[in-house]
Design a protein around this ligand. Sequence first.
Ligand code: BES
Ligand code: MN
Ligand code: ZN
Length: 503
Amino acid sequence: MDFSIKSLDAKSTIASIKTGCIAVAVFENKNLSSAAQALNHKGDISAALKSGDISGKAGTTLLLRGVNGVAAERVLLVGLGKEEAVSEKDFSSAVQAMARVFTTLGASDAIIALPLDAVAARDASWAIHSTILNTRDAAYRGDSLKSKKEPAASGVRKIAFAVSTVSASIAKEAVAHAVAVANGVALTKDLGNLPANVCTPTYLANAAKKMAKDYKLGVEVLDRKQLQALKMGSFLSVTNGSDEPPKFIVLKHMGGKAKDAPVVLVGKGITFDSGGISLKPGAAMDEMKYDMGGAASVLGTMRAVAELKLKLNVIIVIPSCENMPSGSATKPGDIVTSMSGQTIEILNTDAEGRLVLCDALTYVERFKPAAVVDVATLTGACITALGHHNSGLFTRSDDAHDALAHELLNAGKASGDTAWRMPIEDSYQEQLKSNFADMANIGGPAAGSVTAACFLERYTKKYTWAHLDIAGTAWKSGAAKGSTGRPVPLLTMFLVKRAQAGE
Ligand code: BES
Ligand code: MN
Ligand code: ZN
């Protein structure tokens, strides 16, 4: 799908553009947006509204053909809701409805002439971002492994945003940013949707190597021997029951000055989480192929960063393995020594995410990071707490960490990929007490997502750190089962803002 800008001046008016379809907005109060008025010379648009065929509520659409005085073959009326108060949600549901119509249209090109400044406190860049992400989402197909693919949707392939000449350069930048994010989201979805017998740690390592080649990034993949030499006893304990070799993946985009401290993203890369000896129940266990969602999202984010050539040093780190039961698997009660030297009593082998992450969080100390953000499908408890709307955000609560938390929360709001802050406090740390080791790997049934974050916190004392629990946001279950590509929009927005702040 191709997105571009069509800048309008006195000569090229909306009515004179030759295209398969123009999308314009109408409102619940039956008013027309200014672009809709410009197509209403002969009163066709107001007649359509009067007919009652479209209410103007957000998400309603009506396709018209052969509108008098209009060069475009079709006009798509898109309801935007209340003219005086278009919400972010109204705008998104309107563009989602538009995108659905586009996927089945007989035309291959379209112009979007919606009012990009309709949402209060949101600008045209936001509207372009929302439109492109929703449109790419509607067109996404997860059928790479079906022998009979769904027939290629006819649908619109080329989309241009109609904007005034004055705002064209800002709009161009917004399109480039949003397309990069959408490409990152698509990579994350593709990797997430692949089954665990295809998407192994080795597969993820090869995906990282390919990206390094395509975008000239630095790449390093450590294997079991090297991980043993680094004394990653916690990470390695998770791999004991699996025949798939573990991989520790490091990918570097050094777009900033050589001396600038990098932002490091760490993604949980469990390509299948059976629970190990603490075996999970069978129902929906297939969804544990998504337990590498953190890894997929940092790879997707890296793709967006590289495509945008961000002037920022960004390093992604992925500890990747399977969590399987077998005669050689780690047993409940086993005690392991992490790379940090701290010992861990593994009371539940299903709490494996923190065991692979803690060694990765120690490893990244060597980069002297400006900030570290880990991303993980870490706890079912996070879904209980926040559902599927917000990722859980955890940091310590001193000034530096409050600042990082706000950057991430704001990036979430600006990209529509939101997070909600959760606590880390000493009182919860007590739940991790072990009689035999420095800590246990579980903290009991209460506040499970918080004690998981508290566990990670013990490995992040040397830098500013945030943890995103994406268990509820990385994929959808049920009929719409599939990876969502989250939190690539949040992470990319966070990094784009950091790069801008450094300019
Ligand atoms: N990958 C799971 C977390 C998860 C569960 C994500 C369900 C999405 C949906 C993680 O490794 C896990 O199993 N966590 C346990 C921790 C518990 C044993 C303390 C959990 O959440 O049940
Ligand atoms: Mn688990
Ligand atoms: Zn897991």
